[in-house]
Ligand binder design. Structure first.
Ligand code: BGC
Length: 766
């Protein structure tokens, strides 16, 4: 039904039949956005199972004491009700033909069309288009056309509705709702706890057979809604068009700082009038031009080959589309939610997904955006300090889930159902999934090195790395063996809780302390003033000894004779069970329907890549035979129940030379959101998996990696691809890489500095 990934063409993904029982998939994967806001692609007409979300980045609100803060679902401007001689336009009523809904990822435009015959026998051709402007961050434009096959009265009801919630939680109080000049609608609402004011505006323009026309407006203001009714008589063959131009501004916007609510209302209305004067097409063209300049011309990834390669090409671009749609490139006080801005899942919170899965894409293609994402971590240090202090540690202990800068931990305490106890499952991640602190440090380091941004390092990066190192040093526990251990954690795998010495956590913590000590040494010698400044803040003199002691005496899990790296102190003692049933399922988490988490503790099963992420990040620290043996062991035991897992596995498979497996896993990563399973994206797209898809192409098949400060390119093209080309920013220079079956070509497109790198094992300077 509906979505057919195999039918993507060029830049377009298409749904070719409508199913009112499966609305979530297209709402999410075809969602629109510009990093400031995300708009789920709910249809104009309403259906029972719809989720109509407009999420504005960084505007978190806490509904009540028992809930964690979340991105509130703002007033809706997308719903437009049409009545044809009294009968409500809805595709699950009457009869439908020639249906299609398409997202053009090149331009960021959503279109939908159908021929529809009402039960009263009257027919129309319905066409709708919609954009969220990439050029004007506050603007949304929609165009709806009705071509009448018969004479009819068309009634339209359209407005701004704050009758929306986040799965039942109502985050807003009404402030003001009104019309200006009987034409411009405005709804002002305020989040109940965080006090963010939203001003939402809409205006309608009408055209009959292409000519502008005025319609009498019946204005209505009711509880949590402002709307207008319009009516027009159409003759058979008439084509009637509504343009609805809307905008959203909030008191959190940088350019609204210091404004009163009425000033914000006034400014946003003036800006809306400008957009109104431009009209739909000019707004859509301007936005498409921004997509071209900001994404497609800037960071092209081109895959050539047969039919499969065409689909792969689309999947990589689809990932790039979403990675621009959800990234707050305009503001360093916010980050990327695990579902981007396409749904309420994970409440808009950001995770390690940012540093480990998404950041590489931004660092290599839009470094100024990557910098903002890491500045967010720097600005959220106060929350990280508080979390450390609350837990009896020092330094910066980053929250597993993060929202407002100063929130600290925002991970909910319960989620899902325990099939044995019948109670909600306690989520330990917010308390003991602690590797995030090292992941943040790793992200800052990666950015600093690849972008060669010393200014960032001086103002934020060194501090992030040192402050997290101080946390780790205070977190270590001395064991009877005289070594330091990190006990009672959850590792990336997440199916095993309260484990000791999770390999990923221990190795990354050691990396973190080592990097802090290395930087302290070099700054002391080379930048004494900066060293003194940081010392005054971070007490490097005292902490340095703790970092080096921690680094040198840390217990690091070692592979046994079989070369397998133990994931933690317990995993290998678990029971080995047949997982084929769960591996074959078309949905994730199936094992939780048969076992509760307590039972899973004793089973050798991984939710997602754990040690394997470590091999990938700290590639040089592990010999090939350890990686291979561990791969064989863990792959068999991994369910990929998190969308983060498949891409890591694909890159690792490519690294190990298993091309077929690498390609198969890449395909499966692409299918997480694009695949045929209709329920998988209901709560929103899987942001990290998009970073993962880009990494499969560029890191895995394209062979790109930054290792210990050096750039390396070691490609492995899959059988199905003839050529792959991509560009990356390396220390301010733009490199164009073309990989063909018979070799690699690297060109400095900026033509500035000399760049030295390793290409296929050879040191080269270009
Ligand atoms: C995964 C985490 C991830 C989170 C948000 C969870 O299911 O296990 O690794 O950070 O989703 O994407």
């Amino acid at each position: 039904m509906g979505m057919d990934y195999s039918r993507v063409k060029d830049w377009i993904i298409r749904e070719d039949s409508f199913d009112a029982d499966h609305l979530g998939k297209c709402e999410a994967i075809m969602s629109l956005g510009n990093g400031y806001m995300g708009l789920r692609s709910a249809t104009e007409e309403r259906y029972l199972g719809e989720t109509r979300d407009m999420l504005v980045n960084g505007t978190f609100n806490k509904f009540d004491e028992n809930e964690v803060t979340e991105l509130p679902n703002a007033a809706d401007v997308t719903a437009v009700e049409l009545r044809i001689d009294g009968e409500r336009f809805a595709l699950d009523q009457g009869s439908v033909s020639d249906y299609g809904r398409e997202l053009n990822i090149r331009t960021g435009e959503l279109t939908r069309s159908a021929k529809w015959t009402a039960k009263n026998g009257k027919s129309i051709v319905f066409e709708a288009k919609r954009i969220v402007s990439l050029a004007r961050l506050h603007d949304i434009a929609a165009r709806i056309s009705v071509t009448a096959a018969d004479d009819m009265t068309l009634r339209i009801r359209s407005g701004i509705s704050a009758r929306v919630t986040n799965t039942g939680s109502q985050h807003f109080s009404e402030v003001e709702k009104r019309f200006y000049d009987k034409k411009y609608m405005q709804f002002v609402e305020k989040t109940t706890e965080s006090g963010v004011v939203f001003v939402v505006n809409s205006v309608h323009k009408f055209f009959l057979n292409g000519e502008p026309m005025e319609l009498a407006t019946d204005v209505n203001i009711e509880h949590r809604i402002v709307f207008a009714d319009y009516s027009v008589e159409l003759k058979a063959g008439d084509s009637f068009t509504i343009e609805k131009i809307s905008s959203v501004n909030t008191s959190r916007d940088f350019d609204a700082q210091g404004m009163s609510v009425s000033e914000l209302q006034g400014c946003s209305l003036e800006a809306l009038k400008e957009a109104e004067a431009m009209g739909y097409q000019a707004l859509a063209d301007e936005s498409a031009a921004a997509w071209k300049e900001e994404v497609w011309d800037r960071a092209p990834v081109v895959i050539e080959g047969g039919e499969d390669a065409e689909l792969d090409q689309f999947a990589v671009r689809f990932a790039q589309y979403h990675m621009r749609a959800f990234v707050p490139a305009h503001d360093n006080r916010m980050n990327i939610g695990a579902k981007g801005l396409s749904g309420e899942g994970y409440k808009g919170h950001c995770f390690w997904d940012t540093e480990i899965f998404l950041l590489p894409y931004y660092i290599f293609t839009a470094p100024e955006t990557a910098r903002k994402l890491e500045e967010y971590r720097y600005l959220s240090l106060p929350g990280a300090h508080r979390k450390a202090a609350e837990n009896g540690y020092s330094g910066a202990m980053f929250p597993w889930e993060s929202a407002w800068l100063d929130d600290g931990e925002t991970c909910p305490l319960y989620a899902g159902t325990d099939i044995i106890t019948g109670l909600p499952i306690k989520v330990w991640s917010g308390i003991i999934e602690q590797h995030i602190s090292a992941d943040v440090a790793f992200g800052a380091w990666q950015y600093g090195v690849i972008a060669d941004d010393e200014e960032f390092m001086e103002n934020c990066g060194y501090e992030l790395i040192m402050d997290t190192a101080t946390f780790w040093a205070s977190r270590l526990e001395k064991g009877e063996d005289g070594r330091y251990h990190i006990n009672d954690v959850v590792g990336p795998d997440e199916y095993h809780e309260h484990v000791n010495d999770n390999a990923f956590t221990n190795y990354m913590a050691r990396w973190n302390m080592n990097k802090a000590a290395e930087y302290a040494d070099s700054l002391r010698a080379e930048k004494p003033e900066l060293y003194a400044k940081l010392d005054a803040k971070l007490d490097i003199k005292t902490n340095y000894g703790k970092w080096t002691d921690g680094r040198d005496n840390m217990f690091l899990p070692q592979p046994a004779e079989d070369n397998i790296l133990p994931m933690d102190d317990r995993f290998m003692d678990g029971e080995f069970i047949d997982l084929s049933k769960y591996k074959a399922q078309d949905h994730v988490g199936g094992i939780m329907k048969d076992y509760n988490l307590e039972q899973i503790q004793h089973i050798q099963v991984c939710k997602q890549a754990d040690c394997l992420v470590l091999f990938y990040l700290l590639e040089d620290e592990f010999p090939a035979e350890v990686k291979k043996a561990s791969w064989d062991y863990y792959v068999e035991r991994t369910l990929h129940d998190s969308s983060l897992s498949l891409s890591t596995h694909s890159v690792m498979a490519a690294d190990m030379g298993d091309d077929e497996m690498a390609y198969d896993l890449f395909k499966r990563s692409c299918a997480i959101d694009l695949g045929p399973y209709m329920g998988t994206s209901d709560a929103g797209i899987h942001a990290a998996s998009f970073g993962g898809i880009w990494q499969c192409a560029v890191y895995g098949f394209g062979g790109l990696r930054m290792l210990d400060g050096r750039l390396r390119i070691e490609p492995r093209l899959p059988e199905a691809w003839d050529r792959l080309s991509y560009t990356v920013m390396w220390k301010g220079e733009k490199l164009g890489v073309t990989v063909a079956k018979d070799g690699v070509d690297v060109e400095n497109l900026t033509g500035g500095k000399k760049v030295s790198l390793t290409v296929c094992g050879k040191e080269t300077t270009i």
